[in-house]
Design a protein around this ligand. Structure first.
Ligand code: GAF
Length: 382
């Protein structure tokens, strides 16, 4: 319900700037970003829209979310972590921005979205990056894109508590239409690859099981990988991350590290190799191989990295049974959200009827879906 105060805020709002900030998909390379590894994401045609106006004050901020029908007001000279998650994405970004600039003043903002929340398509990075990008523009801060990406990532670390990698923010800001990003998270350099998937389309199936990265196993996985690196680097001094380790080195430590750490490290090493293989396959137009690598990635996430869940596994198993789908896998942190499927364009309708019925019979949860296309990153609406 919109109350009187909200109505007044919306009626008096004079848009000075509108920012489109997209969600992202990731074809392959999961849980590799915070291990200095490789990822293959891109932004999508679904986004958060942030409208801005300066409000003439020094430090008062008012934001209205149409998703939650809630208003959030604060003074940025007195920022404290909130108990409400979406507020922390905002506070986190402002807090990080204030470390690098004194030129922000009070502003109002309306936030609209067609990105499902908790679906593994990174509505959180879209919100952080859209806000950082918008304030950069509104107050002419002149911060480069990479700075906005990094401070958005830091906001998530410090205010939300998820020790995420850089993939989501990077994809949300740097993507281009009809391209995928091969991002090396060690050097933070990237290369764009043509996203030629014809006659296949990208179909996302949303389990509608929501996960909260911070409260699930995300940070634990990160710690486990760091633990494996610590053990290995006690003998191999140059090893700083799992990116510096190959299967031969890992084998030497098979009896020194726990079975669990061995599985986690094996997955990350194999997943980095799969990203390279998948990029080559895409460039050569070998979509069959590309899809096979997606399935392999899912099985690794399911059995070695253990971040999947029964709803995601059910959907990937179902996809694997049809030869019209070249590849499918879970996306993002895991424990829910969407699977990404590379499906023949003529088979989408029939497949959706079958999979929705099977999923709903099995879990009594509605399965929602949408097709998407690789799209450009955060931008100013003209
Ligand atoms: C989440 C994180 F935010 C990313 O940094 C990445 O680690 C991903 O999970 C797993 O690949 O989306």
């Amino acid at each position: 319900m919109i109350n009187k105060k909200h109505k007044e805020f919306l009626t008096n709002f004079k848009k000075q700037l509108v920012i489109d900030s997209p969600g992202r998909i990731n074809f392959i390379g999961e849980h590799t970003d915070y291990n200095s590894g490789l990822v293959l994401p891109t932004a999508i045609d679904r986004k958060i829209i942030l409208s801005f106006e300066k409000n003439g004050t020094n430090s008062y901020c008012a934001l209205y979310s149409t998703t939650y029908n809630k208003m959030f007001e604060f003074d940025f000279n007195a920022i404290k972590i909130s108990t409400i998650e979406w507020e922390n994405y905002i506070l986190g970004v402002i807090h990080e921005l204030l470390k690098v600039t004194k030129n922000i003043k009070g502003f109002n903002c309306i936030i609209e979205s067609d990105l499902p929340i908790g679906a593994g398509i990174s509505s959180s990075a879209a919100l952080e990056c859209g806000l950082a990008y918008g304030l950069n523009q509104l107050f002419d801060l002149k911060l480069p894109k990479i700075k906005l990406i990094k401070l958005s990532q830091k906001a998530e670390h410090n205010f939300v508590g998820t020790k995420c990698g850089i993939m989501d923010q990077f994809a949300s800001v740097m993507s281009e239409d009809n391209k995928v990003i091969l991002l090396d998270c060690m050097s933070e350099t990237h290369r764009l690859i043509d996203a030629n998937f014809e006659p296949y389309k990208i179909l996302l199936l949303n389990t509608n099981v929501t996960h909260n990265l911070a409260s699930t196993e995300y940070n634990t996985r990160r710690k486990e990988c760091e633990e494996a690196v610590n053990i290995i680097s006690s003998q191999f001094k140059n090893v700083r991350s799992l990116r510096d380790i190959d299967k031969n080195i890992l084998e030497k430590f098979k009896n020194e590290i726990s079975k669990k750490l061995y599985k986690r490290a094996s997955f990350v090493i194999e997943e980095n190799n799969r990203v390279l293989e998948a990029s080559k396959s895409l460039e050569k137009g070998n979509l069959k191989q590309f899809g096979a690598l997606m399935y392999e990635s899912h099985r690794g996430l399911q059995h070695q990295y253990e971040v999947s869940c029964q709803e995601l596994d059910f959907l990937v198993d179902f996809s694997e049974k049809t030869d019209k789908i070249l590849g499918a896998r879970m996306m993002g942190g895991g424990f829910g959200g969407c699977t990404i499927n590379l499906i023949h364009k003529d088979s989408i309708e029939d497949f959706l009827v079958e999979v929705k019925k099977a999923y709903e019979d099995m879990f009594s949860i509605e399965l929602t879906s949408f097709t998407t296309v690789p799209s450009h990153g955060t931008s100013i609406r003209k």
